[in-house]
Design a protein around this ligand. Structure first.
Ligand code: C2O
Length: 579
């Protein structure tokens, strides 16, 4: 090759290199993606609510914990240090964790707990998700106080599919115990009875004006006349589905679980624990102060629940000052549905659509049918009566397809799978209920006792999955918020009674069903979800009412690797906690 040729070659490759760089910049793939580093210190912190101070577990002394704000495409590196006296893990609820299952967080599923005095660094990238998610502890009932928002703004250089709102605010709905929530769950596990219900609901950690000693801290959200604001509502309550509304203001839903939705207008939201809903509100009312309020949607009959209302205040900046300094004029009260208003909950959940036509899997490889519900175990022979304080001397339990999920304690499921450690789990989770019965009818008492087990269901990489989630009336029917880790799924139909495989498929929305990570399965009814198993790893699916996880309302999928590196789970990080 002559000199001249060499020069041409060189300049050609320089030219190629530069144009590649330019292309990358134009795509924003090199230019703008960021890595965000955070330190989370899990610690005991004194917090005063309902007139009393309790030492609660927090992150960085904050309650709720720090808000993470990033852009779609960014990477998060969060070092969690445990300075509390409990084991802890953190879950990034709704983050898909493509190939990074080690960072998902559920204790004994994808990692062993971070022991007191230890730390673990979670590393993951947000891929193709925009909107509102959140993070929470995934160990015992620690998430009662250990949670915060995870806000994903659009990719750099792109925008919302609606006019950019003037202001944004996040409303984390929660529950407060006048005591230690860990003691509450430990007592319930000992006695077999239902755990004590919470003493207050909260918005951004504050019960609000309607509770004793609470008006000073009430959350205030500003708005100006004529502007449109984006509210990100998260149900981070431990055990309660909640209605939410704002006095005299309509809510336009534009997103849920970090997927955009076709906008629709409503006066009330219903969120199951785990779910998020993004709404636009306009400052189109007379300048004043308006309550934003949440209270229980309680679908289980005769079950105890907290029948109180938490409030925050939507305050027009132009509103006339309160008459006397230090004394606030009473805001206008919001109206909320009755606690058992299943019609309103149903109308709301049926309003969700994807913004446009989506690609729902149609050829189904795995046709699954899972019953979900409660149960009652007879008192074991060697148990004292004090340990069987459920109905008629039983112990509460819960199951999917008659398997009550038991977490391992010596290895995480993912580690056992990755390293081929035998004896930790089996892969015989049943694709159908072991026995067919009238699920939502009068179920024989002989079907109330599930079998405990650590059973996974194996999925081939790339397989298309449909799951019918069928509530049962065992003990009591109830709306269960079912959450799947590592995936978003399309909710293609829901209904009441028993799912009918001959008639109900006619109702499937295969055009524009909503994409979510948590589905509120109707009380005494069913929901059908679909997804493609394109994320290898071990992924737990469970009821997001923590009382039900405690009782075993969970199972896990083992999604095998596909072909090559990009279809395989990454290697575990060197600091992964082991048991
Ligand atoms: Cu938001 Cu398994 O949890």
């Amino acid at each position: 090759m002559g000199n001249l040729d060499m020069k041409t070659l060189l300049s050609n490759s320089v030219f190629l290199f530069i144009s590649c760089l330019l292309l990358l910049f134009a795509n924003g793939s090199l230019a703008n993606v960021k890595t965000h580093y955070h330190d989370f210190i899990v610690q005991a912190t004194p917090v005063k609510r309902l007139c009393k101070t309790h030492n609660i577990i927090t992150v960085n002394g904050m309650f709720p914990g720090p808000t993470l704000e990033i852009n779609n495409g960014d990477t998060l590196v969060i070092k969690v240090t445990n300075r509390a006296r409990y084991n802890v893990t953190i879950h990034w609820h709704g983050v898909r964790q493509m190939r990074t299952g080690w960072a998902d967080g559920p204790e004994f599923v994808t990692q062993c707990p971070i022991r007191p005095g230890s730390s673990y660094t979670y590393r993951f990238t947000i891929q193709g998700q925009e909107g509102t998610l959140w993070w929470h502890a995934h160990s015992s009932w620690l998430r009662a106080t250990v949670y915060g928002a995870l806000i994903i703004h659009p990719k750099h250089g792109s925008s919302y599919p609606f006019p950019t709102p003037r202001r944004q605010a996040t409303l984390l709905l929660g529950e407060w115990w006048d005591g230690n929530p860990i003691d509450v769950v430990r007592r319930a596990t000992r006695t077999g009875a239902a755990p004590q219900v919470s003493d207050a609901y909260t918005i951004n950690g504050q019960p609000g004006d309607l509770y004793k000693c609470s008006s000073k801290g009430t959350t205030i959200i500003p708005i100006d006349s004529g502007e449109t604001n984006l509210l990100r509502v998260v149900n981070s309550a431990l055990n309660q589905e909640l209605f939410f509304s704002i006095a005299n203001h309509k809510l336009t839903v534009v997103g849920a679980d970090a997927s955009y939705t076709k906008p629709f207008t409503t006066s009330v939201l219903m969120l199951g624990p785990g779910q998020t809903t993004d709404v636009l509100i306009s400052g189109d009312q007379p300048p004043n102060r308006y309550y934003m309020a949440a209270r229980a949607y309680q679908s289980a009959q005769n079950a105890p629940f907290g029948n109180t209302t938490t409030t925050a205040i939507l305050e027009y900046k132009s509103a006339p000052c309160p008459a006397k300094k230090g004394i606030s004029s009473t805001p206008i009260m919001a109206s909320l549905p009755a606690f058992n208003d299943t019609n309103t909950a149903t109308t709301f959940s049926r309003s969700f659509r994807s913004p446009r036509r989506v690609e729902v899997p149609t050829e189904i490889d795995e046709n699954l049918f899972f019953t979900i519900g409660l149960g009652l175990n007879n008192c074991p022979k060697n148990f004292k009566p004090s340990r069987c304080q459920g109905p008629n001397g039983t112990r509460f339990t819960s199951s999917m397809n008659n398997v009550s999920f038991v977490l391992p304690s010596n290895f995480s499921l993912l580690q056992a799978h990755y390293q081929g450690i035998p004896g930790v789990f089996t892969t015989d989770f049943p694709p159908n209920p072991p026995l067919k019965f009238d699920y939502t009818g009068n179920v024989s008492r002989s079907l109330f006792q599930p079998v405990p087990g650590t059973k996974l269901y194996k999925l081939k990489y790339g397989s298309t999955v449909q799951i019918v989630l069928q509530d049962t009336s065992i003990v009591t029917p109830e709306n269960h918020p079912i959450h799947l880790h590592g995936y978003d799924f399309y909710i293609i139909a829901e209904g009441f009674g028993n799912f009918n495989p001959r008639k109900d498929p006619a109702k499937f929305n295969l055009i524009d069903p909503p994409l979510r990570n948590t589905v509120a399965v109707p009380v005494n009814g069913w929901a059908v979800i679909r997804f493609v198993a394109d994320n290898p790893g071990v992924w737990i699916m469970h009821c997001h009412l923590d009382v039900h996880i405690t009782w075993g309302l969970a199972m896990a999928f083992l999604v095998e690797n596909g072909v090559g590196e990009l279809q395989s789970i990454e290697a575990p990080p060197p600091d992964l906690p082991i048991c």
